[in-house]
Design a protein around this ligand. Structure first.
Ligand SMILES: NC(=O)c1ccc[n+]([C@@H]2O[C@H](COP(=O)([O-])OP(=O)(O)OC[C@H]3O[C@@H](n4cnc5c(N)ncnc54)[C@H](OP(=O)(O)O)[C@@H]3O)[C@@H](O)[C@H]2O)c1
Length: 255
């Protein structure tokens, strides 16, 4: 394992679930973390806790990844000691609704596309120039099994995660001569706040994971840290991570 000690890791959507787990997992390895989300009071609390627990530095601020101006401003206003970002974890994302396409409410479509696709593009666009200048960097996108397979009632969410997969692959080709790595970590069922937000009902959300043991945010963070800590000559292009009883996006064994 290559040391992550002293590296600067920028994580979007760090107020909950996978993003929050990534913040702790990188800090545990000695990395300094820049953590952002819309719920700024939560990321500030997370930063405080990380500093106390791991003795690393943590910098927290509000960021809505749909807002390109806000991202550019936040990145260019980073204090000098935080500017040299080594690793970007493009994690902020969500699904809204689980309905047949013709029965779905298009109100949520913009938010999914703006967050999951444009958010990934805008944040990478703001951070890449610095990585190119420093001739070093690693972008790790949080994709999904929904980016590898389409499933019923998920047209728009699956489309956004397929887009993340395409962005990951194209970007890897574009920066191949810049000493910048690009990876994607694609998970199946992870029990976070994701299903609460998608279904808007805690009971229904619980049922998503019924009869099996889902992945946790920490399981996914393990894979993200693995990607970021390989020897310099190794790039993990993609990791697909499923719960032990999940065979595909649509087939799970539930007891
Ligand atoms: N859970 C799963 O089963 C699963 C499986 C595969 C992939 N994923 C992917 O994993 C990523 C994280 O999801 P999660 O499961 O950890 O869900 P979660 O617990 O709901 O966390 C989502 C995070 O994204 C942030 N976020 C949402 N919209 C944002 C915006 N416009 N700007 C900035 N941050 C925003 C949220 O923060 P604020 O609300 O504070 O902004 C929150 O921190 C997503 O990209 C999701 O698609 C999840």
């Amino acid at each position: 394992m290559e040391s992550l000690k002293g590296k600067i890791v920028f994580i979007t959507g760090a107020s909950s679930g996978i993003g929050k787990s990534c913040a702790y997992a990188f800090a545990k390895e000695g990395a300094n973390v820049i953590i952002s989300a819309r719920r700024v009071e939560i990321v500030k609390e997370v930063a405080k806790d990380i500093i106390e627990k791991f003795g690393v530095k943590a910098h927290a601020f509000k960021l809505d990844v749909r807002n390109r101006e806000e991202i550019l401003k936040a990145v260019s206003n980073l204090p000098e000691e935080w500017k040299a970002i080594d690793v970007l974890v493009n994690n902020a994302g969500l699904a809204l609704g689980l309905n047949k396409f013709h029965e779905d409410d298009p109100t949520g479509w913009d938010e999914m596309i703006d967050t999951n696709v444009k958010g990934v593009l805008f944040v990478a666009n703001a951070i890449l120039p610095g990585m190119i200048e420093r001739k070093f960097g690693h972008i790790i996108n949080i994709g999904s099994i929904a980016g590898r397979e389409a499933y019923p009632k998920g047209a728009v969410y699956c489309a956004t995660k397929h887009a993340v997969d395409a962005i990951t692959r194209s970007l890897r080709m574009d920066v191949i001569d810049k000493n910048i790595l690009v990876s994607t970590v694609d998970s199946g069922l992870v029990e976070t706040n994701f299903s609460n937000i998608r279904l808007g009902d805690p009971e229904k959300a619980k049922n998503v994971y019924k009869g099996l043991t889902p992945l946790t945010g920490d399981d996914v963070a393990d894979a993200v840290v693995f990607c970021a800590s390989r020897p310099a000559h190794v790039n993990i292009a993609e990791i697909t991570l499923l719960a032990a009883r999940q065979a595909s996006a649509t087939i799970s064994y539930r007891e």
